[in-house]
Design a protein around this ligand. Structure first.
Ligand code: SAH
Ligand code: SF4
Ligand code: F3S
Length: 468
């Protein structure tokens, strides 16, 4: 797999300096990110490059010199929202012709979308895809100094880029990508088409990044990949995700490790054992099952059955009894029948996930499922979706209610979004806990919290012990 040559990264950083020299006062950028953690992580690289170009960051569109949308293509809703927001910027661009409006990310890996932007969104002057992200300094230089709109979209198997500066907000937790792309081609999913083939980073580079993060004060990391447990399959050395977890677990000063997303078909015994053995790996597993019906699973190309999934869950629970399980589910895949849907509900009842992310099936141009006929009405799909939510909310609530009176170690992440007198953080299982502010507790502090109130989505408690 192609790792971008260090010379090319250096050439881009030279462009970054050239961009810097174009301005007498620091320009301002607003980067808006949609989609998954992989995209959030890409935006950290984008912001790292922008900072190297002298940009500072703003939340205010009216004062930004650059507004860049890092987009997601996984469902139609996300795409429509982006297009709506970009359309609305036409007036801002008219008012300030020097404003650069840019779009990047997964939507820009789709030919028809790039065409739409070219022909209908003429105020957009910078477009690049997921495989050309590292070219941002050069592209931005051309967009600022040139007369033409700049498009850099490549259909590629994908690349690995190292040594791009990363901009992080100073949170106590951070994401570290360990692999990119996906080879699974689930028939509903656009990700393999917009993110390229599976490619793993060199384990030494992963460990180096983790060590640097720990040195900068980070204590919790989440290892990222679309299919993280396929890590290493494309590497020459004999290393898999279980080995990588064990190595990351050895990093001194690191306290918590999480990872996502795991595909059930790649959930090996070795990995389950590594999770059980590594004290820093948190008792949490995101294991999307997507559908309960074996026929739907087959047509989805998921390569497991309902029975093998349930058996896998049992094996995980045998080794890690306190594990918190979460999942993704699709409702209304083409021709899903009432019986098929009941199988999905049955998996929810049997597994009792802590929480589930559920989505109504969204047709993605270019995927095999997009051309399957579908007799189920939208109304029926929405009804099923509501039934699924009702069931899962009841289960989530029951699981959270059982936390009442328990104490958990919580990593303080910041102020609660809904109450400025409260702090918020997560338990080892990943549950959100809110607790009153107290002297000596700052972002990054580990505290022990006793739960005195429960909700469906979060817990509330009182600090019973502080560290240090
Ligand atoms: N690689 C991960 C995540 C992929 S995208 C995985 O395999 O689980 C995140 C979730 O979006 C998926 O798990 C799936 O539930 C959902 N999703 C993907 N494509 C979709 C589509 N066309 N319509 C609705 N939901 C979709
Ligand atoms: Fe999409 Fe399937 Fe790959 Fe996940 S595993 S990204 S759902 S193709
Ligand atoms: Fe969306 Fe791209 Fe992630 S399509 S889910 S942002 S990989």
């Amino acid at each position: 797999m192609k790792t971008i040559a260090p010379e090319e990264v250096k050439r881009q950083m030279a462009y970054a300096n050239q961009v810097k020299e174009l301005f007498t006062t620091a320009p301002k950028a607003l980067v808006i990110t949609y989609g998954c953690q992989q995209n959030e992580n890409d935006s950290e690289l984008i912001c790292g490059m922008l900072a190297a170009m002298g940009y500072t960051f703003t939340e205010d569109k009216s004062e930004a010199d650059l507004i860049l949308y890092n987009t997601c293509a996984v469902r139609e809703g996300a795409e429509l929202r982006v297009l709506g927001n970009i359309g609305a910027l036409v007036h801002e661009k008219r008012r300030r012709p020097g404003l650069i409006v840019g779009i990047c990310g997964c939507m820009m890996q789709q030919e028809h979308m790039v065409k739409t932007i070219r022909s209908k969104y003429k105020h957009v002057s910078l477009v690049f895809g997921t495989h050309t992200l590292h070219q941002l300094p050069q592209l931005l230089f051309e967009a600022i100094t040139g007369q033409n709109r700049v498009f850099s979209v490549e259909d590629s198997e994908g690349v690995i880029v190292e040594d791009i500066p990363v901009y992080r907000k100073g949170d106590p937790k951070a994401w570290v990508s360990v692999m990119y792309g996906c080879n699974n081609f689930c028939t509903y999913c656009i990700v393999p088409y917009v993110r390229g083939r599976e490619r793993s980073r060199d384990p030494e580079r992963v460990l180096e990044e983790v060590r640097e993060l720990v040195a900068s004060g980070v204590t919790e990391i989440t290892l990222l990949g679309q299919n993280v447990n396929a890590y290493g399959k494309d590497l020459k050395g004999d290393i898999d995700f279980a080995d990588l977890l064990r190595q990351v677990n050895e990093v001194e000063g690191l306290r918590r490790i999480r990872f996502m997303t795991s595909h059930p078909k790649d959930m090996s015994e070795r990995l389950i054992q590594a999770m059980a053995d590594c004290e820093k790996v948190m008792p949490q597993l995101h294991l999307p099952f997507q559908a309960g019906s074996n026929e739907i699973l087959r047509v989805m190309n998921r390569r497991y059955t309902k029975e093998s999934y349930l058996e896998l869950v049992q094996r995980v629970r045998d080794k890690i009894p306190n594990i918190s399980l979460t999942s993704d589910v699709i409702v209304g895949f083409p021709n899903e029948t009432e019986e098929d849907f009941c199988e999905t509900l049955d998996v929810l009842s049997k597994v009792r996930f802590d929480s589930v992310f559920s989505f109504i099936y969204s047709k993605r141009t270019g995927t095999p499922a997009a051309v399957m006929d579908d007799a189920t009405t939208d109304e029926e799909k929405h009804k099923r979706f509501d039934r699924l939510l009702d069931l899962q909310n009841t289960i989530s609530r029951e699981i959270n209610d059982a936390c009442l009176g328990e104490t958990y170690e919580v990593l303080t992440e910041g102020e609660s979004k809904t109450d400025s007198n409260m702090l918020t953080g997560r338990t080892p299982a990943g549950k959100i806990v809110n607790f009153p502010k107290e002297e000596g507790i700052t972002v990054g502090s580990y505290v022990t919290v006793k739960i005195d109130k429960t909700n469906t989505w979060s817990l509330m408690g009182t600090v019973v012990k502080k560290e240090g």
